[in-house]
Design a protein around this ligand. Structure first.
Ligand SMILES: [Mg+2]
Length: 186
């Protein structure tokens, strides 16, 4: 088994709900217990290839992108791949790391948006349905937040790395409580 089986995925999109167009996929493998961060993944996605399989572009999100940083927008332009190629590459990354957990920033965002793209493309999900985890819940419980000043906010890979670091910090806060609870029940 690989050392970093938790996968943080971050999507940049043209919508805020399942079924929306994906512009980029960033991911990083990590181990929240050891605190180690492993390999990473980044792929830009061709918008037309998403729309061709029925994914929807939300004009409000297109307008929102126009307000974001030049750096974040520029990162989306390089080498876009057709959505099926991008999903296949992400599947390879997930399996190559023996993925056991798929983290996203919000239970209603990255995992369901990515899942809807796999379904629209007629492809199998690489993760088990029970693998999905939500960063917002653990951040709230632990009282931590991702550092958005590192790298470029809304760059999918920078976001994924910063979110993974914050999950590691959250485990650091919550682990003593978990260990104490186990000891009390032991
Ligand atoms: Mg992001």
């Amino acid at each position: 088994m690989a050392d970093h089986t938790h996968i943080m995925v971050d999507l940049e999109t043209l919508g805020t709900a399942a079924g929306c167009t994906i512009l980029s996929i960033g991911a990083v493998a990590f181990n929240p217990l050891s605190g180690m961060i492993g390999g990473n993944f980044y792929c830009n996605v061709d918008r037309a290839s998403c729309e061709a399989i029925g994914l929807k572009t939300n004009p409000a999100t297109v307008a929102w992108w126009a307000q974001q940083s030049v750096e974040a927008r520029a990162a989306l332009e390089a080498n876009p791949y057709p959505i099926d190629v991008a999903l296949d590459a992400f599947s390879y990354f997930y399996r190559d790391n023996d993925g056991t957990h798929l983290w996203g920033h919000g239970g209603n965002f990255d995992a369901p948006v990515l899942e809807s793209a796999f379904i629209a493309a007629g492809m199998d999900l690489p993760w088990k349905y029970s693998a999905a985890r939500c960063t917002r819940t653990i951040y709230e419980l632990a009282g931590v937040a991702p550092d958005r000043m590192k790298g470029v906010h809304h760059n999918a890979l920078d976001d994924a790395i910063n979110q993974a670091a914050a999950v590691i910090a959250a485990y650091g806060v919550l682990k003593p409580a978990m260990v104490a609870k186990e000891a009390a029940h032991g």
